[in-house]
Write a protein that binds this ligand. Structure first.
Ligand code: HEM
Length: 409
């Protein structure tokens, strides 16, 4: 199908542009970025939003196709989303060309004049996507369901889904506008299955490391692999020989909603909290000394023979050294969704981890953590998803194009 035909494919009427608002939005679109955050190009060596430093606000969302989906309709939706993402990440409104004239303007103008705000949209596919579009034989083996872990308390309604999008921006309005746009463009084709929204601190001027404080008060992200390191990048992005072209430069993302038992945690003595992680709360330095980026000495003992970093400390159990080199880029956000029925805070972390293969990344580490992580006593895993994120999108093309157009039925 041609690009024009795909954009005009079924299900577009309800999201079509053509209204006066869109025309005004196009006229008033800023030519230069607004105050908060430069543009992060949608087109690059991989999808944006994986290696880029974490933005302050995020919406994670999954969608399920309607009953009539097929390969062509999926392609049309992905082209609409990709075309919109390209415009929105430049700080421009979604234009009329995204669909034939119809009842609803393509852009509501909600984020008009806010600038790009470092907006990224990153799209992925769940295991069920491949069944829904008739491409079950093309489903990568690494997309096999994650195993169940002890003490998981997962809500299936808030996990998995045919399609995934991570929307992140340094301006909450820009992020929410992008989410609403993605939802409107899916109208008639795919329904929102779940949305989870999070935030983190704004980057502190002068800090070189992209670490942020989480709701337990810890600096989070210290031991993350550096995207500038080629070997580390190969553990985050899929580049192994034999990778199908649609997946080259892509990744796998694990998304977990992990509630923190904050009312309990916040009452613990500082020493206990630091022992649970193995790092100092104030500056993130390992308990064996130095500064935030000093390597922890896991062999160091106190004079009484007890390890300085406890056997069940989070960083000991999660470190690549004890997990056959398992590496992932942790790039999550905090969430606060008010109070639970029992009056405790519904708050924690939207854990988002990127890796070239979850079977050698997230799975072995979580298996080990689930067996005895000292931090785990104060955490409840409430939702879980795994998505494959295709490689880069070519200008004018769409996410997953090579998969949908070049794979034989
Ligand atoms: C809400 C849940 C979690 C919290 C609050 C948390 C917190 C932390 C903190 C404070 C650190 C030390 C600083 C750093 O390197 O970032 C850390 C390290 C780490 N965490 Fe977590 N974490 C959580 C869940 C997880 C999960 C589910 C995994 C993977 C299955 C994981 C994997 C890691 C890894 C690989 C490291 C680096 C270890 C190292 O090499 O030193 N974490 N985490």
């Amino acid at each position: 199908m041609t690009r024009r035909a795909l954009l005009g494919a079924t299900g577009l009427g309800a999201v079509a542009g053509g209204g006066a608002l869109v025309a005004a939005a196009v006229r008033e679109a800023p030519t230069a970025p607004g105050g908060a955050g430069a543009a992060v190009p949608f087109h690059g060596p991989q999808q944006a939003g994986i290696l880029h430093p974490r933005q302050t606000h995020a919406h994670l969302a999954a969608f399920d196709f309607g009953v009539r989906t097929d390969r062509g309709r999926a392609a049309a939706l992905l082209l609409r989303w990709s075309t919109a993402a390209e415009r929105l990440t430049r700080g421009e409104p979604v234009g009329e060309e995204i669909g034939p004239p119809g009842s609803r303007a393509a852009d509501t103008g909600v984020a008009l004049g806010s600038g790009p705000a470092s907006l990224t949209l990153t799209f992925g596919f769940g295991a069920s996507f491949f069944d829904r579009v008739g491409l079950a034989t093309a489903r990568p083996e690494a997309l096999a369901p994650l195993p169940a872990f002890p003490d998981d308390r997962l809500d299936p309604a808030r996990g998995d889904g045919d399609l995934f999008v991570q929307i992140a921006a340094d301006d909450p309005l820009v992020g929410l506008h992008a989410l609403r746009t993605v939802q409107r463009l899916a109208h008639g084709e795919a329904k929102t299955r779940w949305v989870m929204s999070g935030f983190t601190t704004a980057p502190v001027p002068g800090r070189t490391a992209p670490t942020h404080r989480n709701l337990m008060g810890q600096l989070d992200g210290t031991a993350n692999p550096s995207p500038a390191d080629a070997a580390a990048r190969d553990r985050i992005l899929v580049n192994a020989p034999g990778t199908p072209p649609w997946l080259a430069g892509g990744s796998y993302v694990v998304v977990r909603r992990i509630r923190m038992l904050l009312d309990h945690w916040d009452t613990l003595p500082l020493e206990h909290r630091e022992q649970a992680v193995g790092r100092r709360a104030a500056d993130g330095s390992p308990l064996t000394g130095g500064a935030e980026h000093t390597a922890p000495d896991l062999a160091a003992n106190r004079p009484d023979g007890v390890p300085v970093i406890a056997y069940n400390a989070h960083i000991r159990l999660a470190a690549p050294t004890g997990n056959s080199g398992a590496t992932m880029l942790r790039r999550g956000w905090s969430y606060y969704d008010g109070l639970r029925p029992d009056g405790t805070p519904d708050a924690g972390m939207l854990f988002v981890a990127w890796q070239s293969d979850p079977r050698t990344g997230f799975v072995p580490v979580q298996r080990r953590l689930a067996r005895g992580d000292a931090l785990g006593r104060y955490l409840v895993h409430e939702a879980s998803s795994l998505f494959v994120v295709p490689g880069s999108v070519r200008p004018g093309g769409y996410v997953g194009q090579a998969l949908l157009e070049d794979t034989p039925s």
